[in-house]
Write a protein that binds this ligand. Structure first.
Ligand SMILES: Cc1cc2nc3c(=O)[nH]c(=O)nc-3n(C[C@H](O)[C@H](O)[C@H](O)COP(=O)(O)O)c2cc1C
Length: 316
């Protein structure tokens, strides 16, 4: 499928709500990956405008991520179908009711799946591939790790599997391909792309993060999300744990989280903003253009593939 799309590199830039604009997606697609616009809970006009920006900036294929829980999902699907977007990835559930419409418009549809069961159900419904996303990822997550999830999904379905979660360099790409993935999706690495117009405090927090600098909020509320440790996420977690122990009403925690990614992106306020990022942030040390990120990762991947670790697989 990746060859049919004409991608130079087997790398998707994950659609990220508020973060992945038409310009970022175009820059990634121009550089040989697949850029994906994040639509989040934005209205259809926003998504249309971002698609138009991407189309002005690249002739290469790009994608749109549709959040199925968005109040505007029907209108967003209509906009995406009318634009004949090459790839539609979906978050938060089962896109099968939109499948015929999107595939008729020429889109390949790849839902994000956190489990083998959902991957199998999606394959049966006729999707073009799945994105198996581990809980190392930034943003909303399931409970499986990428290392355990990807090979199990690969064995369970006969459609392409894209591995996501915890990948930010050539080693990660080769590892994912070794697990049987057809390609990878990266989000956190692209938070630190020059074309990503998030608040500098958010971007610098990603670059400064160490391996243990993320935590998972929302476990008790039912929508877990991985974010950087900051005053906001610590406060959220404290309140959430207290209410869970006391059996209190969780709506106060939900209210705290509402709009917090937008605040992180636009205002960079660590007291009120959820700086969503994955565990691999500790591996990211600089902000660079998307083209440089992709070229470096593919050079590293080729070096890793040519490395003498393969000799360790041969019995002495
Ligand atoms: C800030 C941020 C926002 C995200 N928003 C979305 C989203 O709206 N829809 C979605 O399907 N995935 C979303 N993701 C997940 C990414 O698309 C991608 O699958 C994930 O970041 C891969 O893991 P990594 O962060 O370890 O690279 C988001 C991730 C981040 C970091």
């Amino acid at each position: 499928m990746l060859q049919e799309l004409g991608l130079r590199y087997p790398i998707f830039q994950g659609g990220m709500a508020w973060v992945a604009t038409g310009s970022l997606a175009a820059a990634v697609s121009e550089a040989g990956g697949l850029g994906i616009i994040g639509s989040g809970h934005a209205p259809a006009e926003y998504v249309k405008a971002q698609i138009n920006i991407a189309k002005e900036q690249t002739d290469k294929p790009f994608g749109v991520n549709v959040m199925l829980l968005s109040p505007y999902v029907e209108e967003v699907i209509a906009v995406v179908a009318a634009a004949h977007v090459a790839v539609v990835t979906t978050g938060a559930g089962d896109p099968s009711r939109y499948l015929a419409q999107l595939q008729k418009a020429g889109s390949r549809v790849l839902p994000v799946v956190p489990s083998v069961a959902l991957a199998k159900r999606m394959a049966r419904s006729g999707v073009d591939g799945v994105i198996a996303e581990g809980m190392e990822s930034g943003g909303h997550i399931g409970t499986m790790t990428t290392m355990a999830l990807v090979p199990q999904v690969v064995d369970a379905v006969d459609i392409p599997v894209i591995a996501a979660g915890g990948i930010a360099d050539g080693r990660g790409v080769v590892a994912a391909l070794a697990l049987g993935a057809s390609g990878v999706q990266m989000g956190t690495r692209f938070l630190a792309a020059s074309e990503t117009l998030i608040h500098p405090r958010y971007q610098q927090a990603v670059v400064a993060a160490k391996d243990v600098d993320t935590l998972v909020t929302g476990l008790y509320v039912g929508h877990a999300a991985r974010v950087l440790k900051n005053p906001m996420s610590r406060q959220y977690l404290r309140l959430e744990k207290r209410l869970a122990i006391e059996g209190g009403d969780m709506s106060a925690v939900e209210a705290l989280g509402n709009g917090s990614l937008r605040i992180a992106v636009q205002e960079g306020d660590p007291e009120r903003g959820s700086f969503m990022a994955g565990e691999i942030a500790g591996l990211i040390h600089d902000v660079r253009p998307a083209a440089s990120i992709l070229a470096t990762i593919m050079q590293e991947a080729q070096q890793v593939a040519a490395n003498d670790w393969r000799s360790r697989l041969v019995a002495p």
